[in-house]
Design a protein around this ligand. Structure first.
Ligand SMILES: *Cc1c(COP(=O)(O)O)cnc(C)c1O
Length: 244
């Protein structure tokens, strides 16, 4: 396989995903332009990541701070990097200068650490608060009740900008349970926005992955995080005839 065939493969995947986004938005009476597609690259070789960006995907997500920083060093500066996985407080300094968005702020202590590092480095990071809507024990995130309690303290987070909420549906959930999780996140967002008297409208809802993004779009997602539907089953990069 040569590189142009490889590019066509990924181009085709991307076209299919965009068609599905458009169709889901049409069902929900939404503008597809209001949705940000984040290409999740954590399991993908660097060469494929570069092609995805060349095909016009400007938002890329990584789960691990080290891998994000390493790839941000190797790829064009025009990429907007999203950290979507768990962030330890001792990695905030490493990752903060390189990310545009952090989706996975799951405690007040982490938020305070981000605030400290942001102040010291004159940065204004954009964050989403991760919520464990389904209450699974193994999952990170604020509980909905815990987030309501902490909200008055969280709101005062300057220079960190809190733009919204993020969640993941349980892996084995059926479509109606998945929809209920996404709808709960939206309602929680509406509630928190009302608590701050509209001063913090929390416009972003980061929800939906390869298996459930259409449901998420119907429930109001503004950011969807897609990995496997773009990349799964593509051939190894070293068979494409181009160096990374
Ligand atoms: C890996 C990951 C994704 C992408 O999952 P796919 O099912 O491969 O699309 C999205 N969000 C988070 C938080 C992830 O860790």
């Amino acid at each position: 396989m040569d590189l142009s065939n490889a590019t066509d493969l990924l181009k085709d995947r991307l076209r299919q995903v965009r068609e599905r986004i458009t169709a889901a938005c049409a069902r929900a009476g939404r503008d597809p332009q209001s949705v940000r597609l984040i290409g999740v690259t954590k399991y993908t070789e660097l060469g494929w990541v570069r092609v995805l960006h060349e095909l016009g995907v400007e938002d890329l997500g990584e789960s691990r701070p080290q891998q994000l920083v390493q790839r941000a060093d190797e790829l064009p500066d025009s990429i907007r990097w999203h950290l979507i996985g768990h962030l330890q407080r001792n990695k905030v300094e490493l990752v903060l200068p390189r990310v545009e968005w952090i989706h996975s702020v799951d405690s007040v202590r982490l938020l305070e650490r981000i605030r400290e590092v942001a102040e010291k480095n004159s940065l204004r990071p954009r964050v989403l608060l991760e919520v464990n809507v389904s209450g699974e024990a193994a999952k990170d995130g604020f509980s909905p009740a815990g987030l309501r309690d902490a909200w008055p303290r969280i709101v005062e987070s300057t220079p960190v900008e809190i733009h919204g909420l993020m969640t993941m549906a349980p892996l084995d959930a059926d479509p109606s349970a998945t929809r209920a999780v996404f709808a709960s996140l939206r309602k929680l967002r509406d509630e928190l926005a009302a608590m701050s008297g509209g001063a913090n409208p929390l416009p972003e809802l980061s929800m939906g992955m390869s298996g459930d993004f259409e449901i998420a779009l119907e429930e109001g997602a503004t950011m969807i995080r897609l990995g496997s539907t773009l990349f799964e089953g593509l051939p190894a990069w070293n068979t494409t005839g181009r160096a990374v």
